[in-house]
Design a protein around this ligand. Structure first.
Ligand code: 1CP
Length: 347
């Protein structure tokens, strides 16, 4: 494909601003615990992190939802917490609870992190997974790479775990502002290099997950969610001008407005706390949006799943749209409900 050729894959067309009669679709956490084949492969790998660092098996779980459902995009199987590990944090997963990391709270902790160039040593199996996927995915399917946004990754590095209100990160930001800013700068740089390397290995689109952006208010949102996204996107686009980028400042509320314009993102992913009609009017005016079905519909199914899916498709039908959930599909979801959702979208 030359630089001027129009993209042919449905996801790339949406990201280029094309309005399509049937929106392309994929799901956050589409490779995950709701699928029996995922659980089997994870058991074969031993545990979650061994799965992330095993290129053959990570590629296998990435492909499973493509085979089962024929989604338009696949997302690399990995985790946002591999980057802190590559920077020197200890990382482990407690079964039934979730990820745990060593904690970081001051300038010494930031200074002890490994240099950015060192991340590729730990992360090379992830690039290997991308290479396998670039070879094995059906040619109409788009391969999405990803990383966590600096703020979200920092919340885990500071607290050592997921927290309901990101309290420890807010506390470090207030008590140790210089160390906190140094951490954000380190993560902004490392995230740029990590995403660049994924693209070099074969990722066609990248997505930046700021899962905890919603706890940043006012000027803090601008400084710690918007500006790092803007810096990462500018650095990536300087190297890779044709790379489409999706940003997900989850629970940004009114701050979704203008986010694509301010950051240079080609698409903004929208969670399910905002209404589709509102988002069509205020966010989709700037370009492609992705979202925003509430994940609980895939647990409950029934007429509400079909009605809500169709309502979202209709609300976003006048602009570029990639159908997705407002957050990851949950382990309790019924795999059959995903077929019902696809039927409601594609007819
Ligand atoms: O037990 C298991 O098998 C682990 C469940 C699981 C999975 C399937 C985790 C643990 N991570 C993943 C894969 C993953 N994580 C992907 C790729 C697969 C796909 O989407 O199909 C992606 C894109 C992520 C991203 C991720 N990890 C985010 C951002 C998106 C979001 O959900 O908000 C976050 C916050 C994480 C951290 C993480 N990893 C896993 C868990 C349970 C968590 C959340 C922990 C917490 O906040 O307490």
């Amino acid at each position: 494909m030359t630089a001027t050729a129009a993209p042919t894959k449905t996801i790339l067309r949406a990201l280029a601003g094309e309005v399509q009669a049937v929106p392309p679709v994929w799901m956050m956490r589409q490779a995950g615990r709701y699928l029996p084949e995922y659980r089997a492969t994870r058991a074969q790998a031993g545990d979650f992190l061994s799965l992330c660092y095993n290129p053959e098996l990570a590629a296998e779980v990435t492909l499973q939802p493509i085979r089962r459902y024929g989604f338009d995009a696949s997302i690399l199987f990995a985790d946002i917490l591999l980057l802190p590990q590559a920077l020197g944090a200890d990382l482990w997963f407690v079964t039934g609870e979730g990820p745990r990391l060593s904690t970081l709270s001051d300038a010494e902790g930031v200074a002890a992190l490994k240099p950015t160039e060192a991340i590729h040593e730990t992360l090379s199996p992830v690039y290997e997974t991308v290479k396998i996927l670039a070879r094995e995915l059906p040619r109409e399917v788009t391969l999405i790479g990803f990383a966590g946004a600096p703020w979200t990754v920092a919340t885990y590095m500071i607290a050592g775990r997921g927290t309901p209100d990101q309290g420890p990160a807010h506390a470090m930001k207030a008590a140790e502002p210089e160390a906190f800013d140094a951490l954000m700068a380190r993560l902004t740089e490392a995230t740029t290099e990590y995403l660049s390397a994924q693209v070099e290995a074969g990722a066609e689109v990248v997505k930046i997950f700021d899962s905890w952006a919603g706890s940043l208010k006012g000027a803090d949102f601008t400084r710690y969610a918007l500006e790092p996204a803007q810096q990462i996107i500018a650095a990536l686009k300087a190297r890779l001008p044709d790379l489409p980028i999706i940003a997900f400042p989850r629970q940004a509320g009114d701050q979704y407005i203008g986010f694509a314009r301010a950051t240079g993102a080609d698409c903004v992913a929208i969670d399910n706390s905002v209404d589709a009609d509102w988002a069509a009017k205020h966010v989709q005016v700037d370009g492609c949006v992705q979202g925003n079905l509430a994940p609980h519909h895939l647990v409950e199914g029934g007429p509400a799943l079909v009605a809500e899916t169709k309502r979202i498709v209709k609300a976003f039908s006048k602009g570029p749209h990639i159908f997705n959930l407002g957050h990851g599909i949950t382990p309790e979801a019924d795999p059959e409900n995903v077929h019902r959702m696809l039927e409601a979208i594609r007819g």
